[in-house]
Design a protein around this ligand. Structure first.
Ligand code: SF4
Length: 353
């Protein structure tokens, strides 16, 4: 489990960035739990600095709610990590602000009082989080673009927002893995900078995993001499994909225990698989398909590129079982199992160089 804080000054694009992180983590298959911002929820709910006796009282309440939410998220993350231990050992907890943010609104003495009231020691607070990313407010670079209109809980004007931003940086500066993301007018650029920083400084690789998720590939297309005649059918377009994607080669017929070379097999009209001499090979083909699916899951593959027309790998058509070169619409045994499991399957003829 890794816990990161996304924080920043008022109108820093934090909400937009968190929405993008949520979408990216889902697409990348990174299990993530998001802890909502405590201060905003309190203010919208009617507990605000101006309804409390003091800023100290308000920030003490913010801390209490933040702690409660972090504890719940960490408990959920532990449970998720246990459940997904093999495929996804790293569950990500993303906190919308963290405990130290209160220090931006309190002097040192009151901050210490708020910590004590919540049973925290100042030295322990930073260690709660593996990394902290501060988004700089737009009030510092383009004050004319600063607005309170998109957040009911925002009460600072532009110059106050810039000052809060500075105090927020100071509050977190002692964290050993603290990073400031500069303000760009273009939110997409800012989010990209945040994703890059998360990858570089926290090992959270949302972008790379999104763009380069592993692809399961019929091994014979990559030059492996695993066909029935101990030859391969290398495909340059498929091999070229290896520049941008991790390619995971499998030969289901070999995985099912069949030798190479071997007597060629075809799917029969009764859906059994038999070789040209009439030997039933159904069990070996099913075992190979199960092994290929297991490998796909272990590598997190969501797509497979398979050899056309093969009784294991064919995606759109297969030989008709008469060993006379006639093809009919249908899928190979492995292709059908992968498709049932939710993988996108294509054959090599659909891969553009
Ligand atoms: S089973 Fe698939 S990967 Fe193996 S040789 Fe046949 S087409 Fe290629």
């Amino acid at each position: 489990m890794r816990t990161v804080v996304i924080t920043g000054g008022p109108c820093a694009g934090k909400t937009t960035a968190l929405g993008a992180l949520r979408a990216l983590s889902e697409r990348a298959g990174v299990p993530a739990i998001f802890v909502p911002e405590a201060a905003t929820d309190l203010i919208i709910g009617g507990v605000a600095p101006w309804t409390c006796a003091s800023m100290l009282e308000f920030q003490t309440r913010v801390m209490a709610l933040q702690l409660e939410r972090e504890a719940e998220a960490m408990s959920q993350a532990e449970a998720a990590a246990q459940a997904e231990r093999r495929a996804n050992p790293d569950v990500l907890v993303v906190c919308d602000r963290g405990i130290c943010d209160s220090h931006a609104y309190l002097d040192d003495d009151d901050y210490a009082r708020a910590l004590t009231a919540n049973g925290l020691a100042e030295g322990d607070v930073l260690a709660r989080y593996d990394a902290v990313f501060h988004l700089e407010t737009i009030a510092k670079t383009s004050p004319e673009a600063y607005t309170k209109a998109n957040n009911r809980a925002r009460f600072e004007n532009a110059s106050e927002a810039a000052a809060v931003d500075d105090r927020g940086v100071a509050a977190w500066a002692a964290h050993p893995n603290f990073h400031v993301i500069p303000s760009y007018a273009d939110f997409e650029r800012k989010t990209a900078a945040l994703v890059d920083a998360m990858r570089e400084f926290a090992g959270i690789d949302l972008r790379e995993r999104t763009q380069s998720s592993p692809v399961l590939v019929s091994a014979c297309l990559l030059g492996e001499p695993c066909r029935y005649d101990a030859r391969s059918v290398p495909c340059d377009a498929v091999r070229t994909l290896g520049r941008d994607h991790e390619l995971v080669p499998v030969c289901p017929e070999q995985l099912g225990g069949l030798p190479t070379p071997r007597i060629p097999s075809e799917i029969q009209p009764d859906e059994r698989v038999a070789d040209r001499e009439g030997n039933d090979r159904t069990d070996a083909f099913l075992a190979g398909a199960q092994a290929a699916l297991r490998i796909a899951r272990e590598h997190g593959c969501r797509k497979a590129i398979l050899k056309a027309k093969s009784p294991s790998c064919g995606v759109h058509e297969v030989y008709d079982g008469s060993f006379s070169g006639i093809v009919v619409p249908g899928q190979g045994i492995t292709a059908a199992l992968l498709a049932d499991a939710g993988l996108e399957i294509v054959d090599e003829t659909q891969v553009r160089p």
